[in-house]
Design a protein around this ligand. Sequence first.
Ligand code: 4AZ
Length: 385
Amino acid sequence: MITLKKFILIILISSSCVRTEHIDILIGARCTNRANEKGVCKYYNDCLHMMNKVNRHEILKCNEQGIICCIPAPTTETNSIPIAKEIKSERISERKCKEYSKSTKSNVTVAGTRANPQPFITENDNCLHKSTQLVVGGKAAYRFEFPHQALLGYVKGRIHNWICGGSLISPKFVLTAAHCKVHEVEESGELIDYKITSVKLGMISLTKTDRDTKILRIAEFITHENFDSLSKYSDIALIRLNRNVPFSEKLHPICLPTKKYEDGQQALVTGFGRTDSRPNMSEKLMKATLEQYNHTYCNDVYFNTIDHDTMICYGNASTSNVIDSCNGDSGGPLQIKHDSIDCSYIQIGIVSFGNEHCNIEGHPGVYVNVFHFIDWIEKIVWADE
Ligand code: 4AZ
């Protein structure tokens, strides 16, 4: 529909629209209108969105012959294409996840054939954990199945213990639980603090190492500023390693989540934590499938101490064979297979706490909701990007 005002405007401008050489010089010149908006001199016909200006006095003419100061249309105008708002920019952790997954591929040169003598380069997929099988009960992981799994080492005098878990998330950072900073042990009636000193990667066994196992020193232990050791709120920390870890198909990082997962979501927990009723850590890396418990139920079990945003509860509903994480699994990852990036896992939780007897029926374990802390992680891990 054309309003009377717009009609007058068209007559006014089109009647004086004569193109001469002198006018061509004006076209493209910068101009500023009375509202101090910046534009470019254009023929009225090349700037039709200005038709929407209700007050024609706002339209500044660059000359008297149909050239106006054309102010670019705002992107929020109703007639603009509404895609700009919907384009979701990729998080740095997503970009890094794709980049790191390339370490599981290698380029190989294939010799030419008689019919096609030119050699060509092709990509080899070296992924060592292709299966997406779920695990029934706790089971030993196979070699290189969890290439991001870390073990944290503690020292007191000449005694060295591997106690908490962690996960490699970049060449220099391991994600873990804040409560893993120190390890308290009762010795002859006294509480002794063991200090964290090292990180082990690329291992399948608690104590044995081989040529794929790496032991690194800790440069810095960064505890989340809101960590509360009593409630275990914000039980999340980052370990800065003293050097970069070279990636391969045997050792590469886990990805961070891009969303919060729902009740019933299944995930794998891994660690060297206590199994059955044995008092010691497991010699083998173990894996178990758990599922997300409803928040209200979990909050009831833990006497209203579970924070809905920062904590998630995972357990196993089986009554015959209760599966759980346990002492020593703390700091380790709760993960799922990546649905779109080949050979990658996504870490949705960090083992935080639970019932001290572990496999109690109807008693899920409590995990840090990693998704809630993505901004905090990204700011530290990829600070220079
Ligand atoms: C621990 O002390 C621990 N069942 C970790 C997880 C759970 C219990 C205890 C959850 O490291």
